[in-house]
Design a protein around this ligand. Structure first.
Ligand SMILES: C[S@@+](CC[C@H](N)C(=O)[O-])C[C@H]1O[C@@H](n2cnc3c(N)ncnc32)[C@H](O)[C@@H]1O
Length: 325
């Protein structure tokens, strides 16, 4: 293991410890709040209790309305514009489409529905009542607040504002690429059980659009450079709203079990991550319960065709298989 890999493992272990502590702290705070409320209510008359509860409900309703207003503003004026391109439906099996719907649900749940992250999320092309809507319904589609665009991204936005993200792009995304709020980052709405290379890159080339990859191979970590849609969106949000560098955002977004760090420390880290959530991220933007929501979705729909996994015998770490790598 190189010095850089050791340093990276140490940093990842530290970040994971902090994430677990944050989760425990949040739980303790929630329990303390519940206890305090119970004490307040127990010292009240029946009528006082009823007034207190009514007041609580009113405040909750107002808070909900404010939240919905902020989300609606974000969808219109958000300063990180992401489009999930649904141009590849014919290339996916029913199971892959199901998995795509689940990843979109993660994008909604983990980042878009947090009003402090001013994200404008579009699905394009997406027509009401289209077959893919059925897949999305299994993952809470009725609650999603996104823009549904009738046409493909290349018909919806001026091409000079578009950056197509592709793991096969020649040029890496830089911090500067995220400066302009008018840029539309296009993420391929693709889940490919057997990796089909160049799908998004070929489309970008055809359209003569700007095409960028995340600078994963520049990092001193051995990992699959092909990420899920939600992970890519999470990285963009971390850079844009949390001031992270792209490299830090990548490291924070990748579940430890997907990084091939073959030493005792990384195995410990991986075990800790698996105990607490199947896809734990140390990105501070992502709440500790967001992944458990996702995993409960998983148990409802027993289909998972995210990156196929092979076991790297030398490391004892699950490493997704990448064609030709
Ligand atoms: C599971 S990947 C699908 C990869 C697919 N074979 C392709 O050619 O795009 C889903 C989408 O996430 C984005 N993505 C995944 N990894 C990426 C990376 N390393 N750099 C840039 N974008 C990436 C791309 O937009 C990609 O289309």
């Amino acid at each position: 293991m190189s010095k850089a890999q050791k340093k990276e493992a140490k940093r990842a272990a530290h970040t994971e410890r902090r994430r677990l502590k944050r989760k425990q702290d949040n739980k303790n705070k929630r329990l303390a709040r519940q206890e305090a409320r119970k004490n307040i209510l127990s010292g009240m008359t029946r009528q006082e209790r009823q007034e207190y509860i009514n007041n609580e409900r009113e405040q909750e309703a107002q808070e909900k309305e404010r939240l919905e207003q902020r989300l609606a503003d974000n969808l219109e004026h958000g300063n990180l514009h992401i489009c999930i391109a649904l141009d590849f439906m014919d290339d996916m099996s029913p199971r892959e489409k199901n998995s795509l719907a689940r990843q979109i649900q993660w994008v909604w749940n983990d980042i878009v529905r947090k009003p402090e992250l001013k994200i404008k999320l579009d699905l394009a092309p997406f027509a009401a009542g289209c077959p893919f809507e059925e897949d999305c319904r299994r993952f809470g589609f009725v609650h999603w607040k996104m823009n549904y665009r009738p046409q493909s991204f290349h018909e919806e936005y001026p091409m000079e504002r578009v950056v197509v993200l592709s793991p096969d792009a020649e040029t890496a995304l830089t911090q500067a690429d995220l400066q302009d709020d008018r840029t539309v980052f296009v993420i391929g709405g693709i889940v490919d059980k057997t990796v089909k290379r160049n799908m998004t890159k070929d489309l970008a080339d055809q359209l003569q659009a700007c095409c960028r990859r995340l600078p994963i191979k520049e990092l001193a970590m051995s990992m699959n450079p092909i990420l899920n849609i939600n992970t890519v969106a999470e990285i963009l949000a971390d850079v844009k709203f949390n001031g992270a560098t792209i490299n830090d955002a990548i490291v924070r977004a990748i579940p430890p079990r997907k990084v091939n760090l073959p030493d005792r420390q990384s195995r410990k880290l991986r075990r800790a991550g698996e105990e607490h959530s199947p896809e734990s991220s140390s990105n501070p933007l992502i709440s500790s319960n967001s992944f458990s929501d996702s995993s409960s979705e998983e148990s409802e729909v027993p289909v998972d065709v995210d990156a196929p996994v092979d076991v790297d015998a030398s490391a004892g770490v699950d490493v997704p298989v990448v064609d030709g790598q």
